[in-house]
Design a protein around this ligand. Structure first.
Ligand SMILES: [Zn+2]
Length: 282
């Protein structure tokens, strides 16, 4: 599942090519993937592509928005002649002919370029939204982890009311948006905090460390274009991320901890694989 760094990377890449494009055709290959009417978007120009939490927001010239969530297996692929950029779930569709059998939505633009939304498992979606709908959608989320206005004090006040494990609290998007399993495991290793500790047991100083480590980890993920674990696709230019090369604990069971050299352990926590170092994460 793409996490914040992957989604941010896709939004940034699309923002280099989509602004000024005029949508001339909408093809819906699967009705489950699209909510809206083509009259709301046809012949309108794209102004900007941005992201909040894991939602990609395409702003149109008529004050409407296309909201896109990739969920488990979504991909966005922009294609113009020989140029192809995008991201999301790594599959052969990154490089094969499009539309494919997994293409759910196709947007065609006046200059002959296209944007494909592919999604094997059909959990992802594209919705046409007005300002009010967008606000309602975004109010479900706490501030982004990389939002500079988020303070350790705010997080501390949320955490002290919760008896869930600190890792579970960090994955709760209503508290803080944009932290997924890979980056949370790594951030807690940087902060040297045991992921199983109740969130209310953390001192303000420890929350400060966790916030700093989380930001640092997610920023590094963005800098490296996110994480691509599927070895078949790690070298595809304009798509693959490189964070997997610098991962600290995620996927490194029985390998040495980068802080202390002791071995990384994997345990389940709330159903998710949780990697940590029992020696230095206390
Ligand atoms: Zn360690």
């Amino acid at each position: 599942m793409p996490e914040l760094p992957e989604v941010e990377t896709i939004a940034r890449r699309l923002n280099t090519v989509l602004p000024t494009k005029v949508i001339t055709e909408l093809t819906v290959f699967h009705p489950k993937s699209f909510k809206g009417h083509e009259t709301e978007i046809l012949n309108h120009e794209i102004k900007k592509v941005s992201r909040k939490a894991k939602i990609i927001i395409i702003e149109l010239s008529n004050q409407l928005f296309l909201l896109i969530h990739l969920k488990m297996t979504g991909q966005l692929i922009y294609s113009h002649g020989q140029t192809r950029i995008g991201g999301g779930h790594p599959t052969a569709d990154w490089v094969s002919d499009l539309p494919s059998k997994h293409t759910r939505i196709q947007l065609s633009f006046a200059d002959g370029s296209q944007l494909f939304f592919n999604d094997q498992r059909l959990f992802g979606w594209i919705k046409v939204a007005d300002d009010e709908y967008l606000r309602k959608e975004l109010v479900k989320f706490g501030p982004d982890i990389i939002d500079p206005s988020l303070t350790a004090e705010t997080l501390f006040n949320h955490f002290k009311k919760k008896s869930v494990a600190i890792k579970v609290a960090l994955l709760d998007p209503s508290i803080v948006a944009g932290l997924g399993n890979i980056y949370v495991c790594d951030a807690l290793n940087v902060a040297q905090i045991d992921p199983f500790r109740p969130s209310k047991s953390l001192s303000l100083d420890e929350v400060k460390k966790v916030l700093e480590a989380s930001r640092q980890t997610v920023e590094k993920g963005i800098e490296l274009g996110g994480t691509t674990f599927d070895g078949m696709y790690v070298d595809i230019d304009g798509f693959a991320g490189k964070y997997q090369g610098v991962v600290r604990v995620y996927g490194r069971e029985n390998k040495p901890c980068l802080n202390c050299g002791n071995l990384i352990t994997k345990k389940k926590l709330a159903g998710r694989g949780t990697y940590y170092c029992p020696s230095c994460q206390t």
